[in-house]
Design a protein around this ligand. Structure first.
Ligand code: XMP
Length: 504
């Protein structure tokens, strides 16, 4: 599968999002640094991304204009990309005073190509930076903002520039605009997951060579796809699963079964006692996290031994630091005093991150194509420190066992009533304040359990889910009757912010 669209990266945090949108629309796109352009051939189109610089700055990143012209394909400049093209064609810019992002109206003047079937005055999201002060010769304005400033230009046949970001969802019809650009190409859509998978596997084989790869698996989507991908690539791989004792009911068995189903052998390291001992007496949430994070990496690397190559399931959102993924990468993020070990490996070229260009849904699609069962790909996120963050106060085996039972009933109830796949994450928390109750005519001084179910897109914000009362009632009854040590069930109706998803 040949790359069809080169997205030249001028440093916008949305550059990879353009790649993803183009792939969603069926064309194979890849991100390149601008100086790579000269080496590329067989492209059907080129998109120049946005970026934080001003083209009026002499040291701003450039484009090899002659190489771009020689390709003879439709070109789209986005934001900085548009300004760069404007300059190359001989136009002028007026430096802006701010570089904030904000909404604007797309007042269309030419609806033939990019804006065919796009609603006039629909919202687009743009950066208020440099503005075009003089058009290049032969260029025309395709759209302005509500203040009459040009925000879309046609430089010549099939070469366009837009000042706004079509790749973000805040640009309400951005997808349609990108689709209209792709309609200008002389190539048919050529992206498919199967071919993409082969490409990723080819790259892995090339990078790994004869080395042995060690990776951590948690049962979550990213590390599962990573391990199966490495296995498929036929390289020597040693996946390690650390059972911290902070896992949910049957989780270790389920993870083992999940990997057995796809033919991948994993090593399980049982370390419950070490973790419980290390956590003994600790009640401070941050200290608890630190203890677990540090110990996790100690246990992991003790078992891994001398690592030739360390693979982790870092995704693109992890790279741009906007989401957590349940991978070792995100565990590490919060444990800076151990991160050096990984950084050293990285500096020596001994870290492999084959998913780093992908978004979660792309990883899921890859997982499906690798034959990973849907239940494994659709699991809710689970925090690296596990149930310890759902057990405020001191963590003990007794509390964890109670929590595991209650959580199992909650999750099973959600599955039974078809709610599991509708929600983003469900968690059960055992609160440390015992309360008075009566069980079978006897005073019961026991723990309360808080149930929480949220929807979210990226874990940065979340809303609680309106699970029907009869479903909550059934789950509550089962917990109260079935779990020794619990006499009260609460449902958490807090949004994030201010409440976080986890209680600690
Ligand atoms: P909060 O509680 O911050 O959680 O709203 C946001 C998301 O991140 C998960 N989470 C973690 N994931 N290591 C992880 O891999 C962690 O230390 C960690 N803490 C929270 C949480 O489950 C939710 O999905």
């Amino acid at each position: 599968m040949d790359v069809q669209i080169a997205v030249l990266d001028y440093g916008s945090q949305y550059s990879q999002l353009i790649v993803r949108r183009v792939r969603e629309l069926g064309y194979y796109a890849k991100l390149y640094s601008p100086e790579k352009l000269i080496e590329l051939s067989g492209l059907a189109g080129v998109i120049l991304s946005g970026g934080p610089n001003s083209v009026t700055d002499p040291s701003a990143p450039d484009v090899d204009f002659a190489a771009l012209q020689a390709l003879n394909v439709p070109v789209l400049g986005v934001c900085y990309g548009m300004q760069l093209l404007n300059q190359k064609f001989g136009g002028n810019l007026k430096p802006g005073t701010t570089s904030e992002y904000g909404p604007a109206r797309l007042c269309i003047e030419d609806d033939n190509t990019l804006f065919a079937n796009i609603t006039n005055e629909s919202q687009v999201w743009m950066s208020h930076s440099d503005t075009v002060s003089r058009l290049p010769e032969g260029a025309s304005v395709m759209a302005r903002n509500e203040e009459g400033i040009p925000i879309a230009l046609r430089f010549c046949k099939n070469w366009y520039g837009i000042q706004f970001h079509p790749e973000v969802t805040h640009s309400h019809e951005g997808r349609g605009i990108l689709e209209n650009y792709l309609k200008q190409l002389s190539a048919e859509p050529g992206f498919d997951v199967e071919a993409f998978k082969k490409e990723v596997i080819r790259e892995i084989i090339e990078e790994v060579g004869e080395r042995e790869v060690v990776c951590g698996v948690s049962g979550g989507v990213d590390s599962t796809v990573l391990a199966v991908l490495l296995h498929e690539a036929g390289v020597k791989v040693h996946p390690i699963f650390v059972d911290t004792g902070m896992l949910r009911k049957n989780e270790a068995e389920e993870v083992q079964k999940q990997f057995a189903e796809v033919g991948v052998e994993i090593e399980t390291v049982y370390a419950e006692e070490r973790f419980l001992a290390a956590l003994k007496g600790e009640t401070d949430p941050e200290k608890k996290r630190k203890i677990i994070g540090n110990l996790f990496l100690d246990v992991f690397f003790d078992h891994a031994g001398e690592v030739e190559l360390f693979a982790q399931g870092t995704l693109y959102p992890d790279v741009i630091e906007s989401a957590t993924s349940g991978s070792i990468a995100s565990v590490i993020k919060t444990h800076h005093n151990r991160v050096n070990r990984i950084l050293e490996l990285k500096a020596e070229g001994r870290v492999l991150e084959p998913l780093a260009e992908l978004f979660k849904d792309e990883v899921r699609a890859l997982g499906t194509s690798l034959g990973i069962p849907a239940y494994a790909l659709n699991r809710h996120p689970f925090p690296g420190p596990g149930l310890a963050v759902r057990c405020p106060g001191e963590v003990t085996k007794e509390k964890l066992d109670i929590l595991r039972e209650a959580d199992h009933i909650f999750i099973s109830g959600l599955r039974k009533h078809g709610w599991y796949d509708k929600i983003w994450q469900a968690c059960t928390t055992l609160l440390p304040a015992k309360s008075v109750g009566v069980k079978g005519d006897v005073r019961a001084y026991e723990y309360p359990i808080a149930l929480r179910a949220v929807i979210s897109e990226d874990a940065m914000t979340a809303d609680w889910v309106e699970i029907p009362y009869p479903v909550l009632r059934e789950i509550s009854n089962k917990i109260l009757n079935g779990v020794k040590g619990v006499n009260r069930v609460l449902y958490d109706i807090s949004t994030k912010p201010p409440a976080s998803i986890e209680w600690e």
